[in-house]
Design a protein around this ligand. Sequence first.
Ligand code: C2E
Ligand code: CA
Ligand code: CA
Length: 548
Amino acid sequence: MTSIFSGGLSRYALYGFAIAVIAVLMATVAAVMLSGKALTLANLYAAQASNPMLMALDLMPFIFALWAQGLAAGFSDEKAGARSKKTDTEQSEKLALKAEARRLEQEDTLTGLANRAHFLQQLDASLRDAELNRTRVGVIVLDLDGFSEVNDQFGAATGDRVLKSVARRLSNATENTGSILARLGGNSFGLAIDALQSTQALEDLAQRMRDVLVPPCTLDKLSLNLAASVGGAVYPDNATDSFGLVNAADGAMQHAKAGGGGFELVQTAIPVEDAEMHSLSAELRTAIEQDQLVLYLQPLIDVQADEVHGVEALVRWQHPRRGFLPPGEFIPRAERAGLMNELSKWVLRRALEYNAALRKQGWSIGVSVNLSARSLLDPDFPDLLADLLATYEVPSEVLTIEITEDTLMSDQRRTMDVVTRVSNMGIHISIDDFGTGYSQLTYLKRLPASEIKIDRSFVTDMLESDTDMAIVKATIELGHALGLRAVAEGIEYENQSVKLRELGCDIIQGYYMGRPMPYDKLCEWLAEWQLHHQPEAMAVGESARGSY
Ligand code: C2E
Ligand code: CA
Ligand code: CA
């Protein structure tokens, strides 16, 4: 009962009530008139009171009202029911559409396999797990050989059927391996294998994928022989992100294809056991940010004038756990991790800061900084140099950039460009480790360098080996003939320095004169040096110190 009134009194109930009241009134009036009495209120009342039919009729308005109210409630329930049914179907249609859209986003429409975008997403998730669990992930890229000929000869529709057939076969070959198979685009397929146990497992899967393609593909009357080239790459050995990993596997596949097909695994430049590589690169970034690096300085002596020519800046890493690391232990890693630009910037800043401080003490000497190939190929590098020189107010001719001979020779056209720009700014260029690379004299002649640095390996044995002595002598002469300063490094004994002076070498560097040392130690070393070499300069003032 309460439920039929739950929506309030309906207008139908009011209409029912009013109609029934009118009917009762009319019946009462009719009863009075039929009895022949006057139509007065008293007679109407009397007719009502004496006639049981009329009394029963009095109940009608209430019965009508109730009935209409009940009907109205029923209507609205039905309506509401219909409405909610409609929303339910709309909702499920929407969900189905959404699921379909998601499927289309993730799926390759032709083969029904995952598409490239979805594959990379799934691979990213696998890599995150692998990083947490310290497991490996394998990626295989398979590319059909000669597929464009199938398309050209038999049409794209046939090509599509071949691709569908290949997808089915690969799917069968790789099911239950816990791997994700995808069509990466065109005639190229990808497979990602979680928790890879060994490279052998990767090779086995690659072989299985190639094997299933061996039976000819029969389409109507056509029978096509299929073959594919396959490449494999492994996380974290070859790359650490999904994009890089697929690229690495793709590169190995291209290499296999160029070699006539088959399977190839990326040749790892980084040893597999070097899992520390990762963390060390990350730590190196922190080291640069948190100033864990230390810049050591080693004196360069003008052996003819007997004065301090400058210092070479040599970086070291004061590692919080591993201790003091020489550059050989982290520079190659920094190169591989793409951190060399950051590191070079740090070294340059610190070197110029020290040089400016020495200048304030009256030491007008030069500073040499080693530069890797990577930084040299950065087209913004000359601008960065100009900014730093301006910041520390150091004249450009004070700075020498040391570049190893093999770096200079490896990409001659590009290095020539940057070297020329740097040299035009007044900065000196030094060819480091000279004699270990294969310099072409014609190139050397064009290179706007200021000095050549004879490699330590020749200096070390020059007094014992006639060949080394001949090389050192010839290099000094070659340098002079090209208008370059000759610098010798690795001088550990006095007789080596005496001999080099006789040979006309301009600058010498080595443990005999001074080891690489931190800035404070260098200040002490400079004071000591002055005491022994130019005591008169101390007396007259500080002006005669250094060659810049
Ligand atoms: P390099 O440029 O040939 O530097 C000279 C190396 O010879 C330094 O080794 C120096 O300590 C060492 N040395 C100097 N005099 C003597 C000596 O009389 N006897 C012997 N046995 N060794 C001597 P270090 O500091 O270990 O640096 C090794 C290499 O690391 C450098 O060779 C350079 O190629 C690289 N390096 C150092 N600092 C940097 C840097 O800031 N940037 C870049 N790109 N490379 C750097
Ligand atoms: Ca050097
Ligand atoms: Ca050197």
